[in-house]
Design a protein around this ligand. Structure first.
Ligand code: ATP
Length: 576
């Protein structure tokens, strides 16, 4: 229970702090104030009923008409209070959600948490981070506002009801226990608290598994949604390999997960309902029974008994917030756990047990790349081939060669700073290394965004983008250049995707480039043309090229052999 409160405290602080935090807090205070004003209007309405019906009974037409005007004013005031409160509450919802989402995105993207916390790379990978950031942040704030406003409102109401009950139950109950007689003054007040405390304990014991079931349900829903997204992303491959039955099987399996957990969830809700439902239905009657000892002792009249039981009922009903809100509170606790877990894991991604994380990284003072004593291992601790020591200076071209699976891509990931497993030292240049993979991921924002990634296409002259795409053989795609939707990328062949990604090298003109089989899908002639174009256009750029084919157009280049040679190509090549 303490852990739940700590989580809620941490998350709420994240959402409600930050620049201009006072605006959010003022909004929260205003919503609360309007909630109290609404209660006051409610009280006015009750008083109005008495005045209006008295006027009717006395056949006082002018008083009745006056009360109609009062009624109109109360309705107007009540509507204004409701609408204003609702509007401010919704604005606050977005404000705190935006702040929490911002923090979650920071945590997820800073320090490469999104890279480290994937299955197989971390012992505690984070499932469905997209759902946690997109949905849980919203749900958390929604439930936070709902439960806290409700709770505060009830606490205030409780104080007034307890005062009423205390004054009404101004008599002593004499209770014989084990032969001795105990005198309990104001016994109804104590009884109300005891009754609800015992009932709350029951509710908690019966509903305890709900939180983890809700937690699991959210996860399974997200898994199912993600499986559908995967089908959309791989539509071409699935359709051409007639993979529909396999996809249906996969989707049905995910849905089965939802179904099984749902049965357990509703089963538990049923068990909880066995207690809460009768409790809900008897809460207005039980107070009457509890007040009977006072009646039979002659302490109150029948009218007093009714008044007492109604005050008692108000107190118990207000105190029963925990019982009535148990399902929502379980969801709130589950959402808080999922979100807090995301923040905690992103802050300190846990290391894989048994895999060294001892790579020392510094920024080289001479703007070169120095690799010393580097031994890379997989996350499971399997050692890859040792990487020969090497220094690469600005403007150099290097072919990183080696047979498949020996660690070339892993070396590039270590040089980029993301691969943590292994030991040795990497002193890297201060400037960013532009990395192009074999299978470039093109986001759905259109050709220009893909060609300039990760820079903003607005920073580049459209003419320059056209010229580069044309140099790379993508003239036929230029009419779609101004289309900034995913349709512009539809149908690009893998070779065209690689050409589009290579445009980044020519547009961004970085000081360092890592090409990780970035031309593997091009035919030999096109590959030679594009590599020569890059070689000519960027004479001062250092190029690290992972390739199974000799990148001779980059000549003069040297070879950095990783593991066993793939073929006999280890001699230094100095001419094209
Ligand atoms: N996340 C990971 N989990 C487990 N093993 C991994 C992981 N990443 C890489 N490896 C393993 O590390 C080894 C080196 O992989 P890497 O991709 O660096 O090879 P490569 O030399 O680039 O291969 P290729 O030429 O086929 O692209 C492989 O055996 C691979 O299975």
């Amino acid at each position: 229970m303490r852990a739940v409160f700590q989580r809620i405290y941490r998350l709420t602080r994240l959402a409600a702090s930050g620049p201009r935090a006072w605006v959010g807090l003022t909004m929260f205070g205003s919503v609360l104030g309007l909630q109290f004003a609404d209660i006051w209007v409610d009280v006015q309405m009750i008083a109005w009923y008495k005045r209006f019906y008295d006027a009717l009974e006395n056949l006082d037409a002018s008083a009745a008409i006056r009360e109609l005007w009062v009624f109109g004013a109360i309705v107007l005031l009540s509507s204004m209070i409701f609408l204003l409160g609702d509007y401010i509450r919704k604005r606050l919802l977005l404000r705190w959600r935006a702040q929490l989402t911002d923090r979650a995105l920071d945590a997820w993207t800073n320090g490469h948490a999104y890279w480290h916390l994937r299955p197989g790379l971390s012992p505690k990978s984070v499932d469905n981070p997209d759902q946690r950031i997109a949905q849980d942040c919203r749900l958390y704030i929604e439930l936070l506002l709902q439960e806290t406003l409700d709770l505060i409102g009830r606490i205030v109401a409780l104080v007034s009801y307890v005062v009423i009950l205390w004054n009404l139950s101004d008599f002593v109950l004499h209770l014989p226990i084990f032969g001795r007689e105990f005198a309990i003054p104001h016994y109804l007040v104590w009884l109300a608290f005891l009754y609800v405390a015992v009932s709350s304990l029951f509710t908690h014991l019966m509903g305890r598994p709900l939180k983890s079931l809700v937690f699991r349900q959210e996860r399974r829903e997200a898994d199912f949604r993600y499986a559908l997204v995967q089908l959309r992303d791989n539509a071409g491959e699935v359709a051409q390999s007639a993979g529909e039955p396999a996809e249906r099987r996969r989707l049905a399996q995910r849905f089965d997960g939802i179904r099984h957990n749902w049965y357990r969830l509703i089963g538990r809700e049923f068990i909880l309902g066995l207690f809460t439902r009768p409790y809900y239905q008897s809460i207005l009657r039980i107070p009457l029974f509890f007040s009977l000892p006072a009646y039979f002792a002659g302490a109150v009249t029948l009218g007093g008994l009714m008044q007492l039981s109604s005050a008692f009922g108000r107190v118990t009903q207000t105190l029963s917030w925990f019982i009535f809100s148990y399902r929502d509170l379980a969801e709130f606790a589950a959402v808080a756990e999922r979100l807090d877990d995301l923040f905690a894991s992103a802050d300190r991604p846990p290391p894989m047990p048994g895999a060294a994380r001892d790579i020392i990284r510094t920024t080289a003072s001479d703007d070169a790349l120095h690799v010393r004593g580097l031994r890379l291992v997989t996350p499971q601790g399997r050692a890859l081939f040792p990487v020969p020591d090497r220094t690469i200076y600005p403007g150099e071209r290097v072919w990183i060669a080696g047979a498949s699976g020996q660690g070339k891509s892993t070396l590039l990931a270590a040089v980029s700073g993301v691969w943590p497993y292994g030991e040795g030292q990497i002193d890297r240049p201060a400037n960013r290394i532009l990395y192009l993979p074999q299978k470039p991921h093109l986001f759905g924002e259109g050709l220009a965004a893909a060609a300039c990634y990760p820079e903003d296409p607005a920073d580049f002259a459209p003419e320059r983008i056209r010229q580069v795409l044309s140099q790379l053989g993508l003239d036929h795609r230029l009419p779609a250049l101004d289309d900034d939707g995913p349709g512009a990328l539809e149908g690009l062949s893998m070779g065209e995707r690689q050409r589009l990604a290579l445009a980044r090298v020519l547009l961004l003109r970085p000081d360092w480039v890592a090409l990780d089989e970035a031309t593997s899908s091009l035919d030999a002639t096109a590959e030679a043309e594009i590599l020569s174009l890059i070689n000519r256009s960027l004479p001062d750029t250092a190029i690290l090229c992972v390739s199974h084919r000799d990148p001779f157009p980059l000549a003069p280049y040297s070879i950095w052999q990783i593991g066993l040679p793939q073929q006999d190509q280890t001699q230094q090549r100095n001419t094209a």
